[in-house]
Design a protein around this ligand. Structure first.
Ligand SMILES: CCCCCCCCCCCCC/C=C/[C@@H](O)[C@@H](N)CO[C@@H]1O[C@H](CO)[C@@H](O)[C@H](O)[C@H]1O
Length: 498
């Protein structure tokens, strides 16, 4: 059993046979070529072009890590690491420049086809995310994810991508982090399209994104599952939250926080009864009525939608970075708002080590706790860690990333030992990239990208060598120190089933 304090023991745990290691990126963050070869504008292109001053270091995704031109080098890096799979996303507006499926940009499809073939040539399986934050701007002009028609636009887009690649791709993620898309994008105005409509726009978006996910899942299930046997899931932001202490009101506040951060997305897909969690529905409904709304600001799921969503995932994609502590509060908050509906305060332990990103603290037990929570509450769902990572400043000797990686992988080994059905682990990120409004000021890469160089050259960091060693030995060694930072290609015969 994994203990929060003093959890380390002397047993050497091994990653089970068949456990997969991967690395991840997303289209806007690495591709660049924002308007090349017929690509249409996305909401992130527009947002950062219109608001250059909000980017911490002024670097947007116009060129990013130049993966549109450097994809062969990216695959070479994956071969160096010896990973089993590569998680990357497709830019919707690169394939459908105006968002709708009547006009397909063949050059866009060609780019992904070449990338997939390059991966398959070296026995690296593609894990494709259909949507990682970059909606075509043309669709945003019609309300984006706040428009219920978005569920149909997404299904049409998914149909184009499945038709082109279902025969080559074993793992699919429909949508990355609905809470970031909706709460940060349509509520808090922190992510594109930067709409500030907390407590209203975010809930409209959440319903539509979840239904869109389910429509894409059902489409694959109907038309491709039998033939290609791929797995389709959704990636959720599943950070952990504990009460700041064990007082009843803080424990209750933590339950509420977990239902809004985890249950809102897990319950419709993985619970037995389906739909949004009762506690969330009741709180938003009561607040809405008090505030003079005729009905809940959280749009209801119809009976058909509840059924469509229930069971609509082969695995849950766990994007896990950090842990927060929750305190109950009576503080007045601006209303209506998502924060007012949840109504808690968050804090951290001062001793938790900080990454370069202010929100990111190293709390390894959190990943164990979130796995056990999902097991208990949702009956041992199949999982992939679809993102986990650490940010630093530039530099190749990234000891803090190495330490964080080792500690979290050990915690994952405990979670597996305690029954978690975890299929794989994806490190975020393969390389430095555009960290949204933080630009390139927060580096998440196992490979450093020289953003000053014309080609955006990549160099392995210490963490890349350590990750390679873990993949090779299938254990986490505390004392492994490479003699130098030279990288070479791993010739591994990946013997995993699709
Ligand atoms: C005095 C104490 C004050 C305490 C205040 C506490 C505030 C706590 C706020 C917690 C916020 C956690 C935010 C977490 C966000 C992540 O889950 C999210 N950024 C993950 O998104 C993925 O992350 C990658 C790295 O940021 C990103 O590159 C990727 O595209 C995203 O999918």
């Amino acid at each position: 059993m994994f203990q929060v304090e003093g959890w380390s023991d002397l047993k050497v745990r091994r990653f089970p046979d068949g456990f997969l290691f991967g690395a991840g990126t997303s289209a806007y963050q690495v591709e660049g070529a924002w308007n090349e070869d017929g690509k249409g504008e996305s909401i992130w292109d527009k947002y950062l072009h219109d608001n250059p001053d909000i980017i911490s270091d002024g670097r947007n995704g116009d060129v990013a890590s130049n993966s549109y031109h450097q994809y062969k080098r990216d695959v070479e890096m994956l071969r160096e690491l010896g990973v089993d799979y590569y998680r990357f996303s497709i830019s919707w507006s690169r394939v459908l420049p105006r968002g709708f499926s009547n006009e397909i940009n063949e050059k866009g499809l060609e780019y992904y086809d070449k990338l997939i073939d390059e991966l398959l040539k070296y026995n690296i399986k593609p894990m494709i995310t259909l949507y990682h934050f970059d909606l075509p701007q043309t669709l945003q002009d019609f309300g984006g994810w706040a428009n219920p028609l978005s569920t149909e636009w997404f299904e049409d887009y998914a149909a184009v991508i499945f038709k082109a690649f279902a025969h080559k791709v074993p793992y699919w993620i429909t949508v990355n982090q609905p809470n970031s898309i909706c709460v940060e994008g349509y509520g808090q105005g922190l992510m594109a399209p930067a709409i500030s409509s907390s407590g209203i726009g975010d809930y409209m978006c959440i319903k539509n994104v979840l239904v869109a996910h389910a429509r894409a899942y059902r489409l694959y299930e109907r038309e491709y599952k039998k033939k290609f046997k791929g797995s389709v899931g959704i990636a959720l932001a599943l950070n952990w939250a504990d009460p700041v202490n064990n007082s009843t009101k803080n424990v209750e506040a933590t339950d509420v926080y977990r239902e809004f951060m985890i249950g809102l997305y897990m319950h419709p897909i993985w619970s037995k009864d389906g739909g949004f969690p009762k506690m969330v529905k009741e709180r938003v409904h009561q607040n809405s009525i008090k505030q003079g709304f005729k009905k809940s600001r959280l749009p209801a799921l119809s009976k058909e939608e509840v059924t469509l969503l229930k069971g609509s995932s082969d695995f849950v994609g766990v994007n896990h970075y950090t842990t927060v502590l929750v305190k109950s509060t009576d503080r007045g908050m601006s209303a209506p708002s998502f924060d007012d509906d949840v109504h808690v305060e968050l804090t951290y332990r001062p001793e938790w080590k900080n990454a370069t990103s202010s929100w990111l603290k190293s709390v390894p037990y959190g990943i164990y706790r979130v796995c056990v929570y999902l097991n208990t509450k949702y009956d041992y769902p199949q999982m992939f860690v679809t993102e986990h990572g650490w940010s630093t400043r530039p530099g190749l000797k990234d000891d803090t990333r190495v330490e964080n990686l080792r500690l979290y992988l050990k915690a994952i080994l405990f979670a597996i030992e305690d029954g978690t059905d975890l299929k794989g682990y994806t490190t975020w990120s393969l390389m430095d990239n555009v960290e949204w409004v933080a630009g390139t000021s927060e580096r998440f890469g196992l490979y450093e990208v020289d953003f000053e160089s014309e080609d955006k050259n990549r160099t392995a960091r210490l963490s890349a060598l350590v990750y390679k060693r873990i993949i090779d030995k299938r254990i986490v060694e505390d004392d492994y120190k490479p003699n130098n930072l030279k990288m070479s290609i791993t010739n591994r015969n990946v013997k995993t089933e699709l």
